[in-house]
Write a protein that binds this ligand. Structure first.
Ligand SMILES: O=C(O)CCC(=O)C(=O)O
Ligand SMILES: [Fe+2]
Length: 277
């Protein structure tokens, strides 16, 4: 069988070398090529996990709060849309957001974008999720995240990332994993790939997932995003319209199981070129 060559199409300029302290220099290029890399330091989530475990251990009636979901046999999760919604999460929210904004600044430098070209999408649409996985086996199906960048920190290995095969990235003791979301793949005109991942659990596992998502009202300035490295591109006028186009091509992996029986959506449906139409 013929395997197409790896790498950008002819004529694309290479990304600039950048240094981002929490990622080993030799690991950084994986972020663009595959959409994931490991970080050597991440916020300490112990206190948040302890508080969340106490919350999850309560009877169902006590958990009827906004953002709580239970998928029987698979997981319980708490989705926070602001840092004050669950006070034990406030410090992690601040630290994770800072780490991801710094990573985004490194992405800007690697693409010869002016400072702020991507980090200006920061706003009030980011989320923090705490998961209590109770099932075994595949507890989060393969997917790419919606947003700009995601940080995953867990108590037990389980996250797997795609690299021509599933890589159980948390089996080596790592501080956390950085994932590229579909919004960032689009805003870099595909120079950063969205990181495909899934969760395979072999016992109880807690994870803290901070997803930096583009602020919906922010206009997308294609002149600033188009550089000699990204090339020229165009698409929806605002981050909100971009998010809606991405959502229209996918389903929520943390939703009810019945809604997830559809075959995995073709990656092409989410390619930057398709989203710009
Ligand atoms: O729990 C995890 O490690 C990852 C969960 C995930 O991929 C997601 O919620 O998008
Ligand atoms: Fe995810």
């Amino acid at each position: 069988m013929y395997d197409p060559p790896e790498g950008p199409p002819p004529g694309w300029r290479p990304l600039k070398d950048v240094t981002f302290a929490p990622v080993h220099d030799e690991h950084w290029p994986k972020l663009a090529a595959r959409g994931w890399t490991t970080v050597t330091s991440a916020p300490d989530t112990d206190a948040l996990v302890t508080a969340a475990a106490a919350f999850f251990a309560q009877p169902a009636a006590a958990k009827e709060v906004p953002g709580y979901t239970h998928i029987a046999g698979e997981k319980q999760l708490l989705t926070l849309t602001s840092p004050t919604q669950f006070p034990p999460a406030a410090a992690i929210w601040t630290q994770a957001r800072k780490l991801l904004l710094e990573a985004l600044a490194a992405v800007e430098r690697s693409l010869a974008m002016p400072p702020g070209a991507l980090s200006r999408f920061d706003g009030t649409h980011s989320i923090l999720r705490v998961f209590d996985y109770e099932g075994a086996g595949l507890v989060a199906e393969p997917h790419c995240d919606l947003g700009l960048l995601t940080l995953v920190v867990s108590t037990t290995p389980g996250l797997e990332v795609w690299d021509d095969g599933w890589v159980p990235i948390e089996r080596n003791s790592i501080a956390g994993t950085l994932l590229v979301g579909t919004e960032l793949a689009f805003l870099t005109n595909g120079r950063y790939s969205a990181g495909r991942h899934r969760v395979v659990a072999d016992g109880p596992r807690y994870s803290v997932v901070f997803a930096l998502r583009a602020h919906w009202p922010t206009p997308i300035d294609y002149t600033t995003l188009s550089t000699p490295i990204t090339g020229t591109f165009a698409g929806p006028p605002t981050a909100g319209e971009l998010a809606q186009r991405i959502r229209a091509t996918r389903y929520n992996i943390n939703g009810p199981v019945e809604g997830r029986k559809r075959p995995a959506l073709a990656q092409s449906a989410q390619s930057p070129a398709n989203l710009s139409k």
